[in-house]
Design a protein around this ligand. Structure first.
Ligand code: SF4
Length: 384
């Protein structure tokens, strides 16, 4: 039987020893949530994910100081295909290149540094690193961080900005004669993931796609949101590799991989278990955490947010819970209430208005008060 999601038209590319796209089975991948400088923990989690069936394991690196740790992690995980997330710091690509099989860059982060250098010149630099070290590349666009030039050009149409940004980066790769790349177009809203990937696949049927619903959150809701997008895309043979992003403690991180395999299996058997109209009420999104997470209480906090807001299940309110101060402010922008972790406090905002920093043991009381206020405001508006 044809594998779910294997678009016969995508090109097949090599990522280390792995073949992806062009009719190869869909690859399930995942990402370490441990601190990269904690070599033992990261090696252990890399093996944990690979044992569960991850074909690719991603590790995030923020700065050059973490490169020696990555080198050691590579030495202790031979045989596992490693990808590195360059996050905001694409300049470390040359240093990490010798120790991984793939690099991921986010086109929305390229403008932050070296402002006088053009984006095509920065992409050329990344391709040179990939060629030198025999790497594949992922162009990973994300609704929460679309490049400003595209947001301006497609003002008010974030989805077009996202898709066009990805298409443009593919064209940069084409001009450079580099074809060993995949693309991902992610959002926390499965409907947007569905639409963005469908549109991109129609524009660039040759390019292998990495599917992901970012910040899907805690299971089971996070799994349901992921299925809404993945089941439809895979059934239409869109998607060559998938990552299920769930908020889970480290000892359960491999569940992202088992869930991914289960979704693929279910689609192959024609078993679709997406819940129609899911997300019409309270919607809690939370990141899967990564090496940047600022306090290990993050997963517990996300769980507590879910518990104390359960009473508002029928209200159309989005609450976003993020693990760090780097991406927290931006990734909570579309939410009604946003929380992001610092080392000792949690930041809270209502839409774009900052409500302040609260101790971990105090933030939930304030959050509950803000949810009550929101419900009262909406009910008053409905009465008028
Ligand atoms: S919000 Fe921060 S901690 Fe969470 S996955 Fe993104 S970068 Fe990592």
């Amino acid at each position: 039987m044809e594998q779910a999601g294997t678009r016969r038209t995508t090109r097949r590319i090599a990522i280390g020893a792995l073949k992806l796209g062009g009719g190869s089975p869909v690859v399930v991948q995942s990402m370490c949530a441990t601190r990269t400088v904690d070599i033992d923990q990261t090696v252990a989690q890399t093996h944990q994910l690979a044992r569960a069936g991850a074909g690719i394991v991603r590790i995030a690196l923020d700065n050059e100081k973490e490169v020696p740790a990555l080198k050691e992690i590579r030495a202790q995980t031979r045989g596992i295909v490693l990808s590195v997330d360059l996050q905001e710091n694409y300049r470390i690509a040359g240093k990490v290149g010798p120790h991984v099989d793939k690099i991921r860059y986010n086109p929305g982060h390229l403008h932050h540094i070296e402002k006088s250098k053009s984006i095509p010149a920065k992409v050329r630099g990344l391709v040179e690193v990939a060629r030198e070290h025999n790497l594949a590349i992922r162009i990973g666009v994300n609704c929460g961080s679309v490049a400003p030039a595209f947001l301006e050009k497609y003002a008010g149409d974030q989805l077009s900005a996202l898709v066009e940004s990805a298409v443009w980066h593919c064209e940069l790769m084409d001009e450079l004669g580099f074809d060993r790349f995949v693309v991902s177009l992610k959002d926390s809203d499965p409907a947007k993931v569905l639409e963005a990937n469908r549109r991109f696949a129609a524009r660039r049927p040759d390019v292998p796609l990495h599917l992901g619903v970012t910040e899907a959150g805690l299971p089971p809701d996070g799994i349901i949101k992921t299925r809404i997008a993945f089941e439809k895309l895979l059934a239409q043979h869109v998607g060559d590799t998938i990552r299920v992003s769930l908020t889970l403690p480290n000892e359960r991180k491999h569940e992202e991989v088992t869930v991914g395999h289960q979704i693929i299996k279910d689609v192959e058997r024609g078993r679709f278990i997406s819940v129609p109209d899911f997300g019409a009420g309270l919607n809690i999104i939370s990141c899967p955490s990564c090496s940047r997470v600022e306090n290990e209480k993050f997963v517990e906090l996300a769980q507590q947010v879910k518990e104390i807001t359960a009473y508002a299940a029928r209200h159309r309110i989005t609450i976003a819970v993020m693990g760090c101060r780097v991406n927290g402010p931006g990734e909570t922008d579309d939410a009604d209430l946003g929380l992001w972790c610092g080392p000792t406090t949690v930041n809270l905002k209502k839409k774009d208005h900052k409500l302040g920093n609260f101790r971990y043991d105090a933030v939930l009381t304030r959050l509950r008060a803000e949810v009550d206020k929101l419900i009262a405001e909406r009910s008053a508006a409905a009465d008028n």
